[in-house]
Design a protein around this ligand. Structure first.
Ligand code: PLP
Length: 443
């Protein structure tokens, strides 16, 4: 690893060189493309981002759960360089190549269930989700898709319709695709009658709403994030997903797990569905799959995936050879370095610290998540009233100290932590110290 694994602040955050670049960005880049922290990155590796002012920031974001193997991970760099030198593109649907096939084989083996599977590769998470809907409709001959409160599935027209939160994702961008129906999520912290009733009552509401408002025989698929990402790292009440999956199977409805954020070792196993004992009919993946190169996939039961006519799936760049080479290197790294185990070790360090903070600060209403996908939900003490103001103040304080953290949640009141799985324990502890310092100053 060529980037020294230490935090270093040489200037204010952001520093003058970043500020100058940000002025250029504002003049050149569309205003709709926002920036969480206008620190311009020059190099990155392991758990550190180096900016153009020479500051070294601790990374608790991984580019939104992407660089799980670390930035510029050695195997990924080597594989990408080799592939770029060999060839960069032919279009798999014109003249194919082996790395695409190898990625599909790996995905078929690694996703939950030992049944026969097929995969198709795409460029982005949203594109994978769109294609999962296409496959589900073609395979079932049905139009409707059921999604959940707090869901995030992307920003294209169909996936905006699947996504729950209006601001910033949907505001002003309608009309949206039709035949999308939304049901409550089994959200333990906010379940009106208490977390102990959440799984059973949410399942009953789900069944009742789909039956009364959609009709089981009209539903192609239920799409769900096994841990909701942008919605605030909501872990569905235990047992809820398994009941939904079982009910889907009984009605010929496909259970689609969107593992784009929760997949690829992030939660302490290859896929978060495994913790619930759920075997999805289709799984969407992206983000952590290729170490930062754009790649996404739909993997699922062979009979469903093969229901689509030849030419019905694809695109110019889907499964680009360089991205495939990166994905194979990522998978090799995750296997060789046991990064699922690393995610569990991160949880073992972080969760107790977050729980200690929650004992001290009543503003922390909930500590949740799995592996290296952890969050705290901030509320006005003793209530469920979201405290987005405190969330933003804490985030700004962390950023000033050189710790990159992200927010999430329908109400903007969740601080989420997504460190690279290769982060050292010293950086992890230092990041948590900075977070604690932010609480001391602001809560
Ligand atoms: C669960 C989930 N689905 C889909 C997407 C969309 O992925 P992309 O931004 O690659 O289109 C995301 C991105 O955050 C996600 O977290």
């Amino acid at each position: 690893m060529t980037v020294p694994q230490v935090r270093l602040l040489k200037t204010a955050i952001p520093g003058p060189a970043s500020n100058a670049l940000h002025a250029r960005k504002s003049a050149a880049v569309a205003g709709g493309v926002g920036t969480t922290l206008p620190v311009y990155v020059q190099r990155a590796g392991g758990g550190i981002l180096v900016d153009v002012d020479g500051n070294q920031l601790i990374d608790f974001g991984s580019g939104i759960a992407v660089t799980s193997v670390g930035n510029s991970a050695p195997r990924v760099v080597e594989a990408v360089q080799r592939q770029v030198a060999d060839f960069t593109h032919t279009c798999f649907t014109v003249t194919p190549y082996e790395p695409y096939v190898a990625v599909a084989e790996k995905l078929n083996a690694l996703t939950p269930g030992s049944h026969e599977k097929r995969s198709a590769l795409f460029n982005s998470g949203a594109e994978a989700v769109e294609n999962a809907v296409k496959i589900a409709r073609a395979a079932t001959g049905r139009p409707a898709v059921v999604v959940f409160d707090h869901a995030y599935h992307g920003r294209t027209n169909l996936t905006m319709a699947l996504t729950a939160k209006v601001m910033p994702y949907k505001q002003g961008f309608g009309p949206f695709a039709n035949e999308i129906y939304r049901v409550p999520m089994a959200y333990p912290f906010r379940w009106p009658t208490g977390p102990e009733n959440c799984a059973a009552e949410a399942f009953a509401q789900f069944v009742e709403q789909v039956h009364a408002q959609v009709g089981e025989s009209n539903v192609a698929a239920v799409i769900v994030e096994p841990i909701q990402g942008e919605g605030g790292f909501i872990v569905p009440a235990p047992g809820f997903l398994a009941r939904v999956a079982e009910w889907c199977a009984a009605h010929g409805i496909l259970f689609v797990a969107d593992e784009i954020q929760s997949g690829f070792c992030r939660t302490g196993d290859w896929f978060a569905s495994s913790f619930e004992g759920v075997v999805p009919d289709l799984v969407t993946t992206a983000k952590g799959i290729a170490g930062g190169l754009p790649l996404a996939a739909v993997t699922g039961r062979a009979d469903l995936m093969d229901a689509v006519h030849a030419g019905g799936l694809g695109g110019t760049y889907g499964g680009n050879p360089v991205a495939c080479a990166a994905a194979l290197a990522v998978i090799e790294t995750m296997e060789a370095e046991d990064l699922a185990g690393a995610a569990r070790r991160i949880e073992a360090v972080m969760k107790p610290r977050l729980e200690q903070l929650a004992e001290k600060y009543a503003a922390i209403g909930d500590v949740r998540g799995r592996g290296a996908m952890l969050a705290i939900e901030l509320v006005e003490p003793g209530t469920l009233t979201p405290d987005a103001g405190l969330t933003n103040a804490l985030t700004a304080a962390c950023h000033r100290e050189g710790l990159v953290t992200l927010t999430a949640g329908t109400y903007g009141n969740v601080l989420r932590f997504l460190p690279p799985l290769v982060i050292g324990e010293d950086l992890l502890s230092e990041g948590l110290d900075i977070l604690e310092g932010a609480f001391t100053a602001h809560a």
